[in-house]
Design a binder for this molecule. Structure first.
Ligand SMILES: *[C@@H]1O[C@H](CO)[C@@H](O)[C@H](O)[C@H]1NC(C)=O
Ligand SMILES: *[C@@H]1O[C@H](CO)[C@@H](O)[C@H](O)[C@H]1NC(C)=O
Ligand SMILES: *[C@@H]1O[C@H](CO)[C@@H](O)[C@H](O)[C@H]1NC(C)=O
Ligand SMILES: *[C@@H]1O[C@H](CO)[C@@H](O)[C@H](O)[C@H]1NC(C)=O
Length: 358
């Protein structure tokens, strides 16, 4: 709000300053002028003699002034203020900004005023005094004195989450709202002249590369050269192959897939023919099992003979991607043993007592 008021008053002054050369000047406001004296009023330059011109002198209206006359400059340093000449010279109609230091304000509540070099060689208005701003409880925080900011266009604020308030002399930090990769500098500095030190960065759209092919399986997704974030790719294995890993992967915001693609694991041939084995808790002949094969990950329990006694104990092996070795203790019965003495096959005799094994 202060900055708007300041800007308006500056425009008003600049306006009247330019008006003096082109158009009407306000009538002399007798009795309202703050200064002691006004120069001689006039309507035309020839009313003023050779050394003066008929110029607009603020509240004094058109007055005979010597345009080359200057106002005091530099001004004595006043407490808690910063004084800045806004015009190239400090002669008649030059403008001066008096700004209170942060935390201080003028009695008007504003933190800056504009003063004009008058025909009487004085700066307009009273000598400003800046007093400390009292922060009263319950009232909203006063407007920050650091009102100057660097521009943040809508497309930038729509693209990034921005940390920092873009005030002159401060830095901001960008992060892409989409979670995309940021290209450029993620920090920027708002310079004194209200421009950014660097161009705004950009958010690169992230894609995932097509997932690797799965041997003995299918990638179930529309064929693309790249996939958007959030895209799901499904996997299937060919018949008789077992999916080992995720059934689905998702393209993550960092361009990686949520998981590595799965494997399609091969079944294992049961390495026994003339013995029963236990598969899934069921004791069966291998030839009764479809294709005499077990899926990847399946446990197969074999029967082994006690070294000295006529009893059996068990040993298990797991099928891993086509590999299933019989346990070392397992002996495949001969065709004769199988044909002639089927009841004496190791898988068919009594199980050893646990004590007998010990
Ligand atoms: C911006 O932030 C700085 C410190 O980070 C603070 O000093 C300043 O008052 C803030 N300005 C505005 C306009 O919020
Ligand atoms: C703003 O200031 C910076 C550094 O002081 C300078 O490099 C840049 O050219 C200035 N920009 C404008 C538009 O004046
Ligand atoms: C992508 O993000 C995931 C989850 O946040 C993480 O596990 C993975 O390591 C990241 N990959 C890369 C290449 O940064
Ligand atoms: C196979 O045996 C291992 C260890 O004995 C067990 O962790 C696994 O769950 C078993 N697998 C099946 C399919 O029963």
């Amino acid at each position: 709000m202060d900055s708007v008021l300041l800007l308006l008053s500056l425009w008003a002054l600049v306006g009247s300053a330019s008006l003096q050369t082109v158009g009407p000047c306000p009538d002399r406001l007798l009795g309202q002028e703050r200064r002691k004296t006004c120069p001689r009023p006039c309507t035309l330059d020839r009313d003023c003699g050779s050394k003066r011109q008929c110029l607009c002198d603020g509240q004094c209206g058109l007055s005979c002034v010597a345009p080359g006359r200057t106002c005091p400059w530099p001004l004595p340093v006043a407490e808690n203020t910063e004084v800045r000449l806004l015009s190239p010279t400090h002669s008649f109609s030059a403008l001066l900004e008096v700004r209170c230091k942060p935390g201080f304000a003028l009695s008007s509540g504003l933190d800056a005023i504009i003063r004009r070099c008058q025909g009487d060689r004085q700066w307009s208005g009273d000598e400003p005094t800046c007093t400390e701003v009292q922060i009263t409880e319950g009232e909203p925080e006063p407007e920050p004195t650091e009102a100057l900011t660097c521009p943040l266009p809508k497309d930038v604020t729509d693209t990034f989450s921005i940390q920092g308030n873009a005030s002159v002399g401060t830095s901001i930090h960008y992060s892409c709202l989409s979670g995309a990769d940021l290209v450029g500098s993620s920090e920027n500095f708002c310079q004194e002249n209200q421009t950014w030190q660097y161009p705004h960065p950009i958010c690169k759209k992230v894609y995932c590369q097509p997932p690797k092919d799965v041997e003995h399986g299918y990638v179930v997704a529309v064929q693309k050269t790249e996939y958007e974030v959030g895209f799901d790719v499904h996997f299937l294995c060919k018949k008789n192959f077992l999916l080992d890993g995720p059934q689905k992967v998702t393209c993550l915001p960092n361009g990686s897939w949520s998981e590595a693609p799965p494997h399609c694991r091969i079944r294992c041939l049961i390495p026994a023919e003339r013995s029963r084995v236990v598969i899934g808790g069921v004791k069966r002949w291998p030839f009764d099992v479809t294709d005499a094969m077990v899926p990847h990950g399946e446990n197969v329990t074999f029967f082994c003979k006690h070294p000295n006694k006529m009893c059996s104990f068990t040993a298990s092996q797991t099928c891993y991607d086509g590999h299933l070795q019989p346990p070392a203790c397992y002996l495949e019965p001969t065709w004769l043993q199988y044909k002639l003495f089927p009841h004496r096959l190791v898988s068919e005799i009594e199980a050893c007592d646990l004590e007998e094994m010990a």
